[in-house]
Structure formats: C-alpha cells, structure tokens
Ligand binder design. Structure first.
Ligand SMILES: Cc1cc2nc3c(=O)[nH]c(=O)nc-3n(C[C@H](O)[C@H](O)[C@H](O)COP(=O)(O)OP(=O)(O)OC[C@H]3O[C@@H](n4cnc5c(N)ncnc54)[C@H](O)[C@@H]3O)c2cc1C
Length: 450
C-alpha cells in the first residue's frame, strides 16, 4: 500500500498472503466479507477487524444500538487475532507488580488485575453462552520456572497475585508438575494460575465477526484505510481505494499492524515484534505418556524471551517464541530451526513429532510496557486500543468493549486503570526502533541463560 508508512518489510503486511497457520486449516470455508464499494457516511467507523475492532463493533451494536462500519485491509482475524496461540489469560502489560506500584500506585495495580479478571470472564462468556464456538479448553494456566532462581521467585509471584488480584495460585515443585501432567527438561517447578484457558483464536475471531454482524455491525474485508484525517466540522474522513468514509466517530484498531501515518499521532508510539509458532503432527497416546505431557492447560516459562506451549484438542503440540526482528523468507527459515531446537531441548521425547505448521505474526509493545485504551491525541471523538504485549486475546476483547462505551458516550462500569490511560510516548529514534531489537534479544537471551 503506497501511502502507508510501516516499519517492517512489505511481506509482513501482505494481505494476499495467508498466515499459513494451523488455525486457518481448522476454519470451515466461509464467504469472504466483501470490499467496500464507494463512499459511505456512518456514525462510527472502525479501522481494523481483529479482536479490538470486532469487540468494539459487537458491543457498539449489541449494547448501544449503533451500526458501526468496520473495514479491514484483509479479512477479519487476518492480523495477530487469527495467528496467536489462543492463550486467554491474565496479561496486557509487561511490567512486574513492583514496577506498576512504583509508577501508578497500589490501587491502580488492583484495578488492573480487576480489569484482567473481567477480560478473561468476558471471553469466557462469549465462548460459552455468547454464541461463539471456539474450542475453549482446560481452565488454568501454568507459569514454569526455567531456572532454580526463577523457581525461588515463584512464591513471591503467588503472594502478589493473592494480595492484589485475590487469586490463589498454588506453587508446584517439578515433581508436582509431573503429576499435573506437564514434564519437560529444565522445568524447576511452576505456578498454577486458575484464571486462564485455551481457545482456537481463528474460530474466536470468526465468531466475533459473525456476532458483531448479526448484532448490526457492517463489516468489509479487502478495504484498506489509506489515510485518515479530522475534518474542520469535527468528523473523520477515511480514504479507501474506492471512496471516502465520513464518520462522526472513529476507532482505530490496527494495533501491531498499524502504520506510522494512520493517523500521524501513532508515529513511533507502538513497536510490533515478531512472534513465531510451530504446531506438530498429532501425538500418539504413547508419546504423550512417554514425555509425561497429558494436561490440556496452557503453559509458558519465566524467560524474558518466553516460550509458550499447549497440547491442542487433537493432540498436536503448539510451541511458540520470539526472536527475529523482521519477517523475510530467510528469517522464517532461521526461526523454523531455532524454534525446533528449543522445542526438542524442552521435550526431547517428542523429537520425532514433525512440524506440520509454522507461522509468525506481530505482537504490539509500547515504550512504557503498558496497554493503551483512549483518545487519539487531540481528536475529541476518535479512540484507539493497542499494545497488549502478547496478552490480547482477553485484553483486546476487553479494550474493544471499553472503546465501544467511550464512542457511545456511555462508558461501561468496568475498570479502566490509570495504567491503561497513560498515553504511549514515542520511542526514541522512532523510525529505527525495529533495528534495536536484535541487541535487546541478545541481551535478554544472555540474561535468560544465567
Ligand atoms: C504469534 C502470536 C502469538 C500470540 N499469542 C497470544 C496468546 O496466546 N494470547 C494472547 O492473549 N495474545 C497473544 N498474542 C497477541 C494477540 O494476538 C493480540 O494482542 C491481539 O490479537 C490484538 O488484536 P487487535 O485486534 O488489537 O489487532 P490485530 O488482530 O493485529 O488486528 C489489526 C487489524 O488491523 C488491520 N489493519 C491494519 N492496518 C489497516 C488499514 N490501514 N486499513 C484497514 N485495516 C488495517 C489488519 O489487517 C488487522 O486485521 C499473540 C500474537 C502473535 C502474533
């Protein structure tokens, strides 16, 4: 797209290229959402049909009687929402409790935990009684210590979760983890967070789109926003390839797939980083028993550059990690080897379980390591939500609902912690921000090995 200023190479944003994910293979064939043809006037326009945009659309239509117009450059769920690991749990920020208290205060930490709990409950509701079949599986999430030192820190983590979130998280030894049905090389024990669960993210995105449409939202795929600006009268003009959308109110929900000039306020305020996922062929019962991995609970480790993994409903293993600063055919091949190496090191008995799917996507960070839900700069009736730091299944859905309330002028009675209202500051040398990642990865890689 010629006008859009983006920080990765064109391949990362190629909407004609399917993600190649396992999730895509599980989706039933469905007609594409058609491209917008010509101009439109609308009350609320939403740019981006991932969880943030779709949840905003669903809640605007269902709870506020609006008929928002949603456009996506690709199809709903094409971005991170259709490519993630399907972990629905606590998350959204990349800061520890102590740092949140230092910057925002103890009350705000409690409020942020309340928001995270509500976020998980919101997705649980949508995927249980809310009409979205997304293969929700196994309540609970393991955080696994990757070193003896990390294991010694688990009780303090559990104490914080009890004190500030009101959640009791048992601390488990490596032997107890084995009894729980999750054994791997290098695990030094773990923590069980009772709040999380796994789902099929592709089905969840498709279901959100369907629910939003049924509630009254109008969704167009294949419709990139090429520019957006505020008109003198206070409405918003969004140019698309076939015409102009004139909207009274605007939600920009492009998150990690954003452009630095759409709108210009976003320039340098977000940092997309690449995360990779592999999925193996289905394991046999004998392989699961031999490895000691039978639990369906989602799990991740305590590394800065964390690994995340789960046993899928059809007995395939999903294993993911970060580690490249670009998406090129060469970097994908390099990561394919690295992810395989780390998977086999952790689960050596499964070395014969070949990789059948490998894909990547962009996770969005902010400079302050906190998510944002709020106004776009000085624009009075325009909002955005972004920067969920790899925790967007729950937090993007929640943020979309918050943005719907703000756009409707009737905010929900849900926590909007100060931490989420802190306006993201631009990264220094913002045009070069992606190029700092290799050094950061090298630094954290060394820390993780100490
Ligand atoms: C590999 C990977 C694994 C992850 N694992 C997890 C996990 O297990 N659990 C978890 O909670 N989170 C996870 N995440 C993060 C999570 O997927 C995201 O936080 C969440 O999906 C963000 O949703 P979103 O709607 O804000 O953005 P996205 O889903 O990225 O949607 C943005 C949309 O905007 C569209 N767009 C961009 N520019 C334009 C434009 N100019 N015009 C029109 N449309 C445009 C894009 O096409 C895209 O569809 C993972 C992410 C990745 C990449």
């Amino acid at each position: 797209m010629p006008n859009l200023r983006r920080i990765y190479n064109a391949h990362a944003y190629d909407t004609d290229a399917p993600a190649g994910s396992y999730w895509d293979a599980t989706l039933p064939a469905a007609p594409a959402y058609p491209a917008l043809d010509g101009g439109r006037r609308t009350g609320v326009a939403i740019v981006g049909a991932g969880y943030t945009g779709l949840s905003a659309a669903l809640h605007l239509a269902r709870d506020h009687g609006e008929a928002p117009l949603v456009i996506d450059a690709a199809q709903p769920g094409w971005g991170a929402s259709g490519r993630n690991a399907g972990f629905c749990g606590f998350g959204g920020a990349k800061l520890g409790d102590a740092e949140i208290i230092r910057r925002f205060g103890e009350q705000d930490l409690r409020s942020f935990y309340s928001a995270q709990k509500e976020a998980v409950a919101l997705v649980r509701g949508l995927t249980s009684t809310g009409g979205i079949a997304a293969e929700a599986q196994a309540e609970g999430e393991y955080c696994l210590a990757h070193s003896a030192q990390a294991a010694r820190a688990l009780p303090e983590l559990a104490a914080g979760l009890s004190r500030y979130a009101g959640v009791d998280c048992p601390v488990l030894t490596a032997q107890e983890m084995r009894q729980e049905g999750l054994h791997g090389d290098g695990f030094h024990g773990g923590l069980l967070l009772p709040e999380g669960f796994g789902l099929n993210p592709g089905k969840y995105a498709a279901g959100l789109a369907r629910q939003a449409q049924q509630a009254g939202a109008v969704i167009h795929g294949g419709t990139p926003a090429l520019s957006v600006h505020e008109d003198p009268g206070g409405s918003y003009a969004i140019e698309t390839p076939t015409g102009r959308i004139q909207a009274d109110r605007l939600i920009v929900a492009s998150n990690g797939y954003s452009s630095d000039n759409l709108p210009g306020w976003l320039r340098g305020r977000y940092l997309p980083v690449v995360s990779h996922i592999m999925v193996t062929r289905p394991l046999t019962d004998a392989e699961k028993q031999a490895q000691g991995w039978t639990t369906r609970r989602i799990a991740y480790d305590t590394r800065n550059l964390l690994h995340y993994f789960r046993l899928l409903p059809d007995n395939r293993v999903l294993f993911g990690m970060r580690g490249t600063s670009n998406i090129t055919p060469g970097s994908v091949q390099q990561m394919r080897r690295r992810i395989r190496r780390d998977f086999e090191a952790m689960f050596p008995v499964l070395a014969q379980a070949e990789t059948e799917y490998h894909w990547s996507g962009l996770v969005c960070l902010t400079r302050g390591l906190t998510p944002y839900a709020g106004r776009i700069g000085e624009w009075d009736r325009a909002w955005t939500g972004l920067g969920y730091h790899g925790g967007g299944v729950a937090m993007a859905t929640y943020t979309g609902r918050l943005l719907a309330g703000l756009a409707a002028g009737r905010p929900y009675d849900s926590p909007l912690p100060g931490l989420m209202q802190a306006v993201p500051r631009p990264f220094p040398l913002s045009r070069l921000r992606r190029h700092c990642l290799p050094a950061a990865y090298a630094f954290y890689g060394i820390k993780d090995r100490l």
